[in-house]
Design a protein around this ligand. Structure first.
Ligand code: 13P
Length: 261
C-alpha cells in the first residue's frame, strides 16, 4: 500500500510568532489518536519561506516534515527574489511544492519554468509535490483530462528515479478556497487518469508507486470519503491546515478513509 501523505499548505498566512506553537500542538493531537499507526503515514507542513528555519528546528524527531511552497531554478546565480534549493535544504526542508495553481494562474509560471524548478529541487535532494488542476471553464468545456495531461507532460523528460521522489497533487482550481470540493468520484476519475499517464510515461511499477494527493476545500468532515477512493493517496490542505486541531482532524479522517484507524 502507498503511504498516505498529508500536506498543510499555509500559503501566505501566519506570522512567525503565530507559527511557533503549531508543530508541538499538531504532534500532540496526532499522537493521541494515531499512536500505533507508526510510520504508515507522512505529514508535511509548508509555511512561508521566512518561517522555514523555525519550523524545521521545531519538528525535532517527530513525524512532521517541512516543505517550501516553491523553489528556485538553480543552486545560485542572478535570480533576484528566488530562493535556492540548497538553502532550503540547509534550513531543514524536505520538500518543495511546485506548480501550485496560484503559481500557475496568479504568477503565470509556465511548464518550462515548473520543470526547471522541479529539476533544481530534485538535484538538491528535495522531494517535489507537483500540482496540476483544471479551471471551472476547462471542466465545463469537457477539457479536464486534456488540461491535466498538458500540465503533466513536461515531467515526462525526468528520469524514473526523479519521479520516485515526487508526489503528484490534483487540485481543481474551482475547488481551491471556495468551499466546493470535488466529489469523491470526480477526484477518483482524475487521479486514476493521472496514474494511467504515469504508467504510460514511465512504467507500471512507477504508476503503482506514485502518490497522488487531492487538494481543494478539504476539511475534517470530507477527508474520509475522499481518501476512501482507491487512487487518492493523500490530501493537500489550505484553509483547514491553519489550525493544528483542524489539520489533525483532516489527517485522522483521511487515515480512517484508508482503514488505518
Ligand atoms: P483550500 O484547502 O483552502 O481549498 O486550498 C487548497 C490548496 O490550494 C492547497 O494547496
Amino acid at each position: 500500500m502507498r503511504q498516505p501523505f498529508f500536506a498543510a499548505n499555509w500559503k501566505m498566512n501566519k506570522s512567525i510568532a503565530e507559527s511557533g506553537a503549531f508543530i508541538s500542538s499538531l504532534v500532540d493531537k496526532l499522537g493521541e489518536s494515531a499512536s500505533g499507526i507508526g510510520s504508515q503515514f507522512a505529514v508535511v507542513v509548508a509555511p512561508p519561506y521566512t518561517h522555514l528555519g523555525l519550523l524545521a528546528d521545531s519538528v525535532g524527531d517527530s513525524r512532521v516534515q517541512i516543505s517550501a511552497q516553491n523553489c528556485g531554478v538553480a543552486k545560485s546565480g542572478a535570480f533576484t527574489g528566488e530562493i535556492s534549493p540548497s538553502v532550503l535544504k540547509e534550513l531543514g526542508c524536505d520538500w518543495a511544492i511546485i506548480g501550485h495553481s496560484e503559481r500557475r494562474h496568479v504568477f503565470k509560471e509556465d511548464e518550462i519554468l515548473l520543470v526547471a524548478r522541479s529539476k533544481a529541487a530534485l538535484t538538491e535532494s528535495l522531494g517535489v509535490i507537483f500540482c496540476v488542476g483544471e479551471t471551472l471553464q476547462d471542466r465545463r468545456a469537457g477539457n479536464t483530462m486534456k488540461v491535466v495531461e498538458g500540465q503533466l507532460r513536461s515531467l515526462g523528460q525526468l528520469s524514473g528515479n526523479s519521479l520516485s521522489r515526487m508526489v503528484l497533487a490534483y487540485e481543481p482550481v474551482w475547488a481551491i478556497g471556495t468551499g466546493e470540493n470535488a466529489t469523491p468520484a470526480q477526484a477518483e476519475e482524475v487521479h486514476a487518469f493521472m496514474r494511467e499517464w504515469v504508467g504510460k510515461a514511465f512504467s507500471k511499477d512507477a504508476a503503482e508507486a506514485v502518490r497522488i494527493l487531492y487538494g481543494g476545500s478539504v476539511k475534517p468532515d470530507n477527508a474520509e470519503v475522499i481518501m476512501a477512493q482507491p487512487d487518492v493517496d493523500g490530501l493537500l490542505v489550505g484553509g483547514a491546515s491553519l489550525e493544528p486541531v483542524t489539520f489533525a482532524g483532516v489527517v485522522l479522517g483521511g487515515l480512517k478513509g484508508k482503514k488505518l484507524r
